[in-house]
Design a protein around this ligand. Structure first.
Ligand SMILES: *[C@@H]1O[C@H](CO)[C@@H](O)[C@H](O)[C@H]1NC(C)=O
Ligand SMILES: *[C@@H]1O[C@H](CO)[C@@H](O)[C@H](O)[C@H]1NC(C)=O
Ligand SMILES: *[C@@H]1O[C@H](CO)[C@@H](O)[C@H](O)[C@H]1NC(C)=O
Ligand SMILES: *[C@@H]1O[C@H](CO)[C@@H](O)[C@H](O)[C@H]1NC(C)=O
Ligand SMILES: *[C@@H]1O[C@H](CO)[C@@H](O)[C@H](O)[C@H]1NC(C)=O
Ligand SMILES: *[C@@H]1O[C@H](CO)[C@@H](O)[C@H](O)[C@H]1NC(C)=O
Ligand SMILES: CC(=O)N[C@H]1CO[C@H](CO)[C@@H](O)[C@@H]1O
Length: 755
């Protein structure tokens, strides 16, 4: 609270003076002393920070005597404040007004022995008197801002210091003073800082630090002091003229630069902050057609190309660019530099080798579709825009182009026949290339469009609305149908219709609107009679030269109902409905399908043969096990096998193959009575049977008969005698049965069972 002992002493001295002053004032208002009941009443005052114990007053009642005592209660009673028998009120502690400025208490007079209340309870107040023991405080750091060139007296900011001391006294009041910067700023008693001049210049100094002092007891020399440093920023306005950095700008630009090309930057100088730079640029009208100046982010001038330059036309552009600022506060700080707001600019155009230029952006030519090959189409022309003026050669790099070009002159001729009904226009590119000594000349190309003009070269085609037929009950004059025509040529159609051959049965009326009506001339048609009628209609198109076509219209005769709905018509002649071409097409189709089928079959066969030669290794071969449990049921089984047949076969020398489920083998016709022949036939059959069972299928040929060496196993005939057997025939069987023949030959073993 207090800074030093010296200061405390001074403060105390001041306090004393004040206390006395206050007290005197109180006494002067003598009627403050209240007479109530028997109390002799008083205000009590105590000074804060005063030494203790200290008597601050006396309670007194005229009822007090030796037997009575004073009793107090309330805020601070008997702790801070004590009363003795005589009513002397003492303070036992240092008090601080800023903590508590008033104590409310009550007093009573009590009989010492009986404890009876002698004089009733009464309130009284002890006030703490202020001394200047607190310093002013600036609660925050202050920052302010003011525009440069602001008029004198412009408010910048307000500072406020607080003082905890009693605000009703000088102790708690605060006065302000600037400690420095007083040449530029002022502060008033309320702490408002204002400008004192109108010449603040951000470009000279953009910030001021000013010390503000706050002191209590304003008006007195004494008092407690606090100070703070206030920051005052000077804000920018546009008060500096933008000027060009240099007096000349020179730029080089290639002549082939496109529109909107950025030629260069013309730097400016402006001390103002960016947002307060506001230059705009102008040029003489002749120049502003070619060039344009815009500002970039830094507010410099950027020279832009507005139109393509041409070195050959003008190789150097010299002009003046003017700059001004519309929002400038005048007079500008740098008024003296006004001459630097305009600048001379030189743009040098640099020569560039440019590709050839065609005389037109695009060429349109047209030819009649009947134009002959070699007809002149037209001419394109290009030139070298450079000073070198090289010759040009022309090319068309399109093999399908119907036009050839003379490489030297650019003349074009037709090289293919045209057909408007096929392609209406032929767009193509013509390339022009400079012929330079080095070879690689620059190229450019142009689009040429060749339009094909129409010639009436297509005959009209008859067009029949709906089915045309005539009814048996049609009356003369009945309209049986309408025809029209189409034409692929491109002219206004004006078809005319007539009958190429006069008809006794029908009439044709040209409707003159590209249609014609066909009507019955005389009735009496019979569906069972003539198959159909034929009408030859001639159509002439309105083109030039005029073309016509004759078309035969078939009109069948039908049995009809009431409203000409046909019920039954004689079928039209086949030849009439199916054209010769369609017939050919159908036959061709059938032929093609046939050939394909044959090819597939052949291929299958070939594959099968390949399989056989490949042998068993091929995974394609299906091994098929065929079980032949075709053992007859014996003599008992007269259902499954007709034993009589077997028997008869044996007896009459014929044999009957047993029917097998799987291998149905044809009966060899010419093998009667000759087993050797039969085996040969079977072998041969098996060898050449491509479509039959796989080669490893077991074939069993049931053969039971007189020729079988095994004879009959049947018990029907048990009379067979082994001695009858003659094996000589084995020799006739050829080399394959040689071994057998040796074994069972005449002069071999006597018992001849062959298993
Ligand atoms: C005390 O003073 C009051 C008036 O001042 C008076 O009426 C009263 O009688 C006095 N009491 C005594 C005991 O003197
Ligand atoms: C005022 O005094 C402060 C502290 O000494 C200093 O920083 C500031 O620049 C001074 N201001 C002026 C305007 O002289
Ligand atoms: C401002 O107050 C500080 C302490 O709060 C002191 O050091 C400084 O000297 C004072 N400046 C002036 C100009 O009174
Ligand atoms: C060529 O024809 C096109 C469209 O058919 C047209 O836009 C163009 O202007 C024509 N050019 C010339 C040079 O006639
Ligand atoms: C041809 O037939 C149409 C439709 O039936 C009819 O409107 C038109 O009048 C006929 N034209 C003539 C010339 O009779
Ligand atoms: C069509 O027939 C008419 C008359 O018979 C004949 O004069 C004409 O030349 C024929 N037209 C054609 C294209 O055959
Ligand atoms: C039904 C009918 O009138 N038929 C006639 C059609 O025209 C031929 C001659 O072109 C006549 O012979 C038919 O009698």
């Amino acid at each position: 609270m207090r800074s030093s002992a010296g200061r405390q002493m001074m403060g105390l001295a001041r306090l004393l003076v004040l206390s006395v002053l206050t007290f005197t004032l109180c006494m002067a208002g003598a009627d403050l002393r209240r007479k109530k009941r028997d109390w002799e009443w008083k205000f009590f005052f105590v000074t804060e920070e005063a030494d203790f114990p200290q008597k601050i007053g006396k309670l007194s009642s005229n009822k007090s005597n030796a037997n009575t005592i004073y009793v107090i209660e309330g805020e601070g009673a008997n702790t801070i404040f004590e009363v003795n028998q005589h009513g002397d009120l003492n303070v036992n502690k240092k008090l601080d007004r800023e903590t508590k400025s008033e104590y409310k208490l009550k007093a009573q007079l009590i009989d010492k022995t009986t404890k009876e209340v002698v004089d009733g309870q009464e309130d009284f107040v002890i006030r703490v008197n202020d001394i200047n023991d607190n310093f002013p405080v600036f609660p925050t750091i202050y920052k302010g801002s003011v525009d440069e060139r602001s008029p004198k007296g412009t408010k910048v900011l307000t500072v406020t210091a607080t003082d905890a001391d009693d605000p009703t006294t000088g102790n708690g009041k605060v006065g302000y003073m600037l400690k420095n910067g007083t040449d530029l700023f002022d502060i008033d008693p309320q702490g408002v800082i204002r400008t004192k001049v109108d010449a603040l210049d951000r470009e000279k100094q953009n910030m001021y630090l000013i010390v503000v002092e706050a002191k209590d007891m304003p008006g007195f020399q004494a008092g407690n002091i606090a100070n703070t440093t206030v920051t005052i920023n000077v804000a920018d306005i546009n008060d500096n003229m933008a000027v060009f950095k240099t007096r000349h700008f020179t730029f080089d630009v290639k002549e082939d630069q496109q529109k909107d090309f950025e030629i260069g930057v013309m730097e400016i100088e402006d001390k103002d902050e960016e947002q307060n730079k506001d230059p705009s640029f102008t040029m003489d009208s002749g120049v502003s057609r070619i060039f344009e100046v815009v500002t970039n982010q830094r507010k410099d001038g950027v020279l832009i190309l507005k139109e393509a330059l041409d070195y050959e036309t003008k190789s150097k552009h010299t002009f003046v660019v003017y700059m001004r600022e519309d929002t400038l506060r005048s007079p500008a700080d740098n008024q003296g530099e006004a001459s630097r707001t305009q600048v001379e600019v030189v743009v040098n155009v640099l020569d560039v080798n440019e590709p050839p230029v065609f005389t037109q952006q695009m060429y349109n030519f047209s030819l009649r579709e009947d134009a002959r090959i070699g007809t002149r189409v037209g001419k394109v022309s290009a030139r070298d825009p450079d000073t070198a003026q090289y010759d040009i050669r022309y090319m068309i790099n399109d093999r399908n182009c119907p036009v050839v070009i003379d490489w030297k002159t650019g003349d074009m001729k037709l090289q293919k026949e045209l057909d408007r009904e096929h392609v209406r226009s032929h767009p193509f590119h013509v390339i022009a290339e400079e012929i330079t000594p080095e070879g690689l000349g620059l190229k450019s190309h142009v689009i040429v469009n060749l339009e094909v003009l129409d010639v009436n070269d297509n005959r009209p085609e008859l067009f029949i609305y709906k089915d045309l037929f005539v009814c048996e009950n049609d009356r003369p004059g009945t309209m049986i149908g309408m025809v029209s025509a189409t034409d692929r040529d491109d002219h206004k159609h004006a078809f005319s219709f007539s009958l190429a051959q006069p008809s006794a049965n029908f009439s044709l009326v040209d409707n003159k609107d590209n249609t014609a009506n066909i009507s019955v001339l005389q009735g009496g048609f019979e569906a069972d009679g003539l198959h159909h009628y034929m009408l030859m209609v001639m159509v002439v198109d309105g083109g030039s030269p005029q073309l016509s076509s004759n078309t035969t219209v078939f009109i069948p005769v039908c049995k009809c109902g009431e409203n000409r709905e046909s019920r039954y018509c004689r079928p039209a002649k086949v030849g009439a409905s199916v054209s010769f071409h369609a017939l050919i097409a159908i036959i061709l189709c059938i032929l093609t399908i046939l050939v394909i089928v044959i090819l597939i079959v052949l291929r299958k066969r070939y594959q099968k043969e390949a399989l056989v030669t490949l042998g068993k290794n091929s995974g394609e071969i299906h091994e098929q096990l065929v079980t032949y449990d075709e053992e007859g049921g014996g003599e008992m089984d007269t259902n499954g096998y007709d034993v009589s047949v077997l028997t008869s076969a044996r007896n009459d020398g014929s044999f009957v193959p047993i029917p097998a489920m799987y291998a149905v083998v044809k009966k060899p016709t010419a093998a009667r009575g000759d087993m050797a022949a039969m085996i040969d036939v079977k072998k041969d059959e098996a060898d050449h049977d491509r479509d039959g069972y796989p080669y490893d299928t077991l074939h069993i040929y049931g053969y039971e008969g007189p020729e079988s060496l095994a004879g009959s196993l049947s018990s029907l005939e048990t009379s067979s005698d082994d001695s009858n057997l003659d094996y000589d025939f084995l020799n006739d069987w050829g080399p394959r049965f040689k071994t057998l023949a040796q074994l069972y030959g005449v002069d071999s073993l006597d018992d001849g069972y062959l298993y």
